[in-house]
Write a protein that binds this ligand. Structure first.
Ligand SMILES: Nc1ncnc2c1ncn2[C@@H]1O[C@H](COP(=O)(O)OP(=O)(O)OP(=O)(O)O)[C@@H](O)[C@H]1O
Ligand SMILES: [Mg+2]
Length: 222
């Protein structure tokens, strides 16, 4: 079995006439250190799939194994542990805390982990610089543009140094220059540190950095 393994995953919303089969029997095998793009039209189920991979959402049926261990979707504590230790998630809508500054958003998840404050801040500073948002460090997130917020969300995810990075349209709000910058950083993490990366995207530039491109249509692979 591969590092990440989905078996016949279904996610069904609503009932009868109102039923939406967001995922309709998805199988997926991902090797450790792979970098994969998931593509497809709006509404085909990409975010739903990524959310299940990230243990943020629960499937209606099917099985998910991480490193050969079955994920217990009924157990919130075990989902939280996986999310804390193994997976960094870059959300389609950024999911930043608007009341906090850039730096405080970035270090917030790190407060739930081991490590001393100085190391945490050093790591945060490193990615803030890499992503070109040094000047915004103490600004309230509420006052940033979409592309600036997206880079804060990416810095926050990268600081967590997990083995798995999941990114939902990580360049959706960015210009080409910043998209290239971010994909270069992700590719670097993939090659140098063997991170397993799955990116949902509409953008061929983004998918060109990936080893494998998968296309979805109506909740299935197409
Ligand atoms: N909470 C929900 N209740 C009902 N239907 C939902 C819910 N969340 C998603 N859906 C439906 O499931 C389908 C898949 O949605 P999803 O967000 O995964 O699409 P997507 O491929 O990420 O689209 P986009 O490219 O626009 O982000 C859509 O038809 C959507 O309307
Ligand atoms: Mg989506």
């Amino acid at each position: 079995m591969s590092y990440l393994s989905l078996k016949n995953i279904k996610k069904i919303y609503g009932k009868n006439d109102y039923e939406v089969r967001a995922l309709d029997g998805i199988d997926l095998e991902v090797n450790k250190g792979e970098m994969i793009a998931i593509m497809g039209a709006s509404g085909c189920g990409k975010s739903t799939l990524l959310n299940i991979l990230g243990c943020i959402d629960v499937p209606t049926s099917g099985e998910y194994f991480i490193d050969k261990k079955l994920v217990d979707f009924n157990k919130l504590s075990s989902l939280n542990e996986i999310r804390n230790k193994e997976i960094s998630f870059i959300f389609q809508n950024f999911a930043l805390i608007k009341e906090l500054s850039v730096i405080n958003n970035i270090i917030l998840p790190l407060k739930f982990r081991k490590g001393n404050k100085k190391d945490i801040l050093e790591k945060a500073e490193f990615f803030i610089k890499e992503l070109g948002i040094e000047g915004l460090k103490n600004k309230n997130v509420r006052n940033l543009s979409g592309g600036q917020q997206q880079r804060v969300a990416i810095a926050r995810a990268l600081c967590q140094e997990t083995d798995i990075i999941l990114a939902d349209e990580p360049t959706g709000a960015l210009d080409e220059e910043n998209s290239i910058k971010i994909m270069s950083i992700l590719k670097d993490l993939n090659i140098k540190y063997g991170k397993t990366i799955i990116v949902v995207t509409h953008d061929n530039l983004v998918s060109s950095y990936c080893d494998r491109k998968l296309k979805m249509k109506d909740g299935r692979w197409s």
